[in-house]
Ligand binder design. Sequence first.
Ligand code: SAH
Ligand code: SF4
Length: 466
Amino acid sequence: MAVPNSELDRQFEYLTEVRQLLQDRFGDVSPKAFTHTYGCQGNVADGERIDGLLEQMGYEFVDTPAEADFILFNTCAVREHAEERVYGNVGRLKEFKKTNPDLVIALCGCMVQQEHVAKRLKSHFPYVDLVFGTHVQYRLPELLRRHLMTGERVFDLSDDDDDIAEGLSVRHSNRMKAFLPISYGCNNFCTYCVVPRVRGRERSRQYADVLAEAESLAKAGFKEIMLLGQNVNSYGNDFGERELFPKLLRDINDLPGDFLIRFMTSHPKDCSEALLDTMAACEKVENHLHLPVQSGNSEVLRRMNRHYDRERYLETVRCARQVMPDLALTSDIIVGFPGETYEQFKDTVSLVEEVGFSSLYTFLFSPRVGTPGASMPDPVSREEKQRWFEELQAAQEQVAAARSAAMKGKTYRVLVESRNKAGRLCGRSSENIMIEFDGPEERIGTFADVLVTEPLTWILKGELVG
Ligand code: SAH
Ligand code: SF4
């Protein structure tokens, strides 16, 4: 499962060589890198490790591709729209090669792990120099060295699952909130989803490695640690342990420090009582559960291969609210899964109203190459699906407005994140709802008690207490 130390040592030697090569090429001026990550938090966490490698190789980071000597897009494949954006943005980079012939253009992540994408990049995007998949990110020093020494295009799309590289340095993208991956890949094969195909089978990081990283993040002063996996509930199953995730939550909760714990994603089929009880018992674990339901209709769920039905999902929600009465639930929903009828879609609307989600991530079904969903008959037009989509959003807006209204007059502890465009401080409540309020700059990065005075649908207005 893990990348052997000898291999990591080898990469470190390449890294030192690249540093030297760059010094020879750029002299005293540091070479500049621009990196951009698309997609989910797991991809962001990968991007932070890649940035760590680039930093060690001597790159300094810039905010626009025009200033860069190395441009990297860390891509997403979950929906077609994400891929189209990448193709469009890569197309625009061709210009920069004309003014900076030494520019290196690199692509990595889920999208490029697909064979048909790699082929298209090879044939249609000759100015892309480096393409590497999700399993070999730690090999960036070796791949970049090869390109710098030979000028050849380098493609590495191997799909070896023994790819957990421990000990890489991380360049955090946020100074308050840290992402902590606990597992990679997925075993669930939902019929619409490309993730298991581009990320491989589920593999967990060793318990001691995760706990040690959490400890160092807490010591470094991070105020929020978000544990990441496609299905955090099955963390440790691959090394024969059951219910290891609740134990991990407890152990991280017991670490010294004033920080919050969030996690994503929790698959409803594996959301156990032990997890819910642990959440309720751990004061650092936020009062929020992201539990993607995808559909409110049992037949659609069966065809999605989700392994739960509407009743079981609602039962899990009931159990969760029994032990955490103020729990905020959020969810993902796919509208227009192949063969879904309007009546079946209406079951999703009624589930949304019944559960009362704080917020929803709603997606139109997007056919993904190689998934069973892509070849299922899909008779409903895009326009019709768009209408359903809007109907669902309108229903959720009402639900969210009612939830926000119920927060008026209550005080919430928030992590103050930033100042917004209106010049007010803002941060998220434990329930993951944005609250804005007036206050001094120095409160950014600290916890504050905020009284909700004016609840709007998507944001709450409030006042600092004390
Ligand atoms: N592992 C997580 C989700 C990963 S993908 C889970 O199981 O919940 C994030 C979300 O993207 C999914 O929850 C789903 O709602 C959406 N998604 C995935 N594949 C999709 C597709 N082909 N079309 C539309 N939405 C999709
Ligand atoms: Fe995709 Fe399903 Fe795995 Fe989530 S659980 S990553 S939706 S296959």
